[in-house]
Design a protein around this ligand. Structure first.
Ligand code: FAD
Length: 452
């Protein structure tokens, strides 16, 4: 049967764009791609990129204070959201243009519309047109999830944060995951009075507990009103904002309430179940190690499969799919030792096992140190850095590394290479320190603080 395309990709985000471009440019495939919103997907338009630019923006007030301690005659005036947002919008337009241009250069045909599956080899566009393809890649990502409760219609999600007309003066952030914590630090840094509710006992569930506690303490120190074991009961619009009543009896009035309580895969109405493709309880597409679904011609990559929901992972999955299907080189998506960063203030960089995961396995040594770093210490700030290694007591291999410090994201990228290569604690110790840096502590950790 003659197909219109060798590959049709649904979703122009991190995973879909990479797969479409590689299949067309490197394997000579005829590729079509449908994107219903903006090219680049969550990462570029309403995730990693605009968020990181807001992280940068939020750091200047503190930097200005530090500069005064270092002798500079400067003071932070007000932050002008309108100026920042105009520049942010222009930057996102520029990046979107680059993504679109790269696809077009590779010969990918772009459809700016929603697409759904009609059968194992056919996608249907919003205008009813059908396109056939030998393979279909579902790369539709995820979206924020807001539970229903009295007043839930008043809340916003991370999608809307980048679109504020004016910055709120008081915001309530609900959630304890990395997105909630990052926006708490960003908005607090921009001068917004931030209250954060999280229904659990500690923020950043799933990460190393010592690091979680360290970050929670730092967030409280910078004035974020963190309330744990606390959830929203109801929200009412009142004359001067949104009145929020909490489950623990707390109440307050805010200009905005941001829900960052998790994300769900974009599979509703895609037609997957009708084709016999399994969905997990949260709607994620079930795939095997090669990202193939139960229908052999249909694959899925990225957040829609809810494996590790990070941009570089979606990109790797997209590339592995192209290797497997278009280059005759079956390649499993690799989810081992994926490093990550949480862009709170201070940042958190992490790779490998947390102390709790390692403890459950047993036979591990924990090396850790917390100290006041030179730069902020001189400026009179109380910030503390945490450096932590989890080491196998038998093989001496480093199984995990956790860093809470300014620029921890940059540090963990490099530590992850060594750990991925199987570096032992002795390899770390043999490496000469770079002095004076914060990271030198990673190669000078002498005795374990705990063994399990
Ligand atoms: C606020 C925030 C901050 C984040 N920060 C980071 C970070 O710092 N580092 C990191 O690694 N990751 C981060 N992420 C996660 C990262 O953005 C995602 O893991 C990544 O974008 C997933 O890529 P994807 O290709 O699977 O999906 P997406 O990038 O979500 O792309 C899916 C695309 O499909 C489109 N689409 C959906 N349904 C259809 C349809 N039926 N037809 C046509 N088009 C459709 C959507 O419009 C979207 O453009 C962040 C996410 C958020 C929300």
């Amino acid at each position: 049967m003659a197909f219109d395309y060798d590959l049709f990709v649904i979703g122009g985000g991190s995973g879909g764009v990479r797969a479409a471009r590689l299949a067309a440019a490197e394997a000579g495939a005829r590729v079509g791609l449908a994107e219903e919103y903006r090219m680049g997907g969550t990462c570029v338009i309403r995730g990693c990129v605009p968020k990181k630019l807001m992280v940068f923006a939020s750091g200047y007030a503190g930097a200005m204070q530090d500069a005064r301690a270092y002798g500079w005659d400067v003071a932070a005036g007000g932050f002008d959201w309108a100026v920042f947002r105009a520049r942010l919008d222009a930057e996102l337009d520029r990046l979107e243009g680059i993504y679109r241009g790269n696809l077009q250069k590779a010969g990918v045909e772009i459809f700016d519309t929603r697409a759904v599956l009609a059968d194992a080899h056919t996608v249907r566009l919003a205008d009813g047109t059908e396109k056939t393809a030998r393979h279909v890649l579902v790369a539709t990502g995820g979206r924020p999830f807001v539970p229903e409760f009295p007043g839930s219609e008043h809340v916003i999600t991370s999608n809307e944060v980048f679109r504020f007309e004016a910055l709120p003066k008081r915001i309530l952030i609900v959630g304890g995951g990395y997105i909630a914590c990052e926006f708490a630090c960003i908005l607090s840094g921009l001068g917004v009075k931030v209250t954060q509710y999280y229904r659990g006992a500690q923020i950043l569930r799933g990460f190393d507990e010592e690091a979680r506690g360290h970050i929670a303490g730092a967030m409280c120190d910078q004035g974020i009103g963190l309330r744990l074991g606390c959830n929203v009961q109801r929200i009412d619009r009142v004359a001067d904002g949104l009145w929020v009543k909490a489950t623990d009896g707390h109440d307050g009035v805010y200009d905005a309430v941001l829900y960052a309580t998790g994300r769900v895969p974009n599979t509703a109405g895609l037609g997957l179940e009708d084709l016999g493709i399994g969905l997990k309880e949260n709607g994620a597409v079930e795939v095997d190690g090669y990202s193939q679904t139960a229908v052999p011609s249909i694959y899925a990559v990225g957040d829609v499969t809810d494996r590790i929901n990070l941009t570089p992972v979606a990109i790797r999955e997209g590339a592995a799919f192209v290797e497997t299907v278009f280059k005759g080189n079956p390649t499993r998506a690799d989810h081992e030792l994926v490093p990550g960063a949480v862009f709170t203030r201070p940042e958190f960089g992490t790779v490998g096992l947390s102390e709790e995961e390692a403890r459950a396995r047993g036979g591990v040594e924990v090396y850790a140190t917390a100290f006041r770093p030179m730069q902020s210490g001189f400026a009179g700030r109380e910030d503390r850095v945490l450096m932590k290694l989890i080491v196998c007591a038998h093989s001496r291999r480093v199984l995990g590394c956790h860093i809470v410090a300014d620029h921890a994201g940059e540090m963990i990228q490099l530590a992850a290479i060594a750990i991925r290569m199987g570096a032992t604690k002795d390899d770390f110790d043999r490496t000469v320190a770079v002095h004076p840096t914060m990271a030198e502590e990673l190669v000078t950790l002498k005795a374990p603080v705990r063994t399990w």
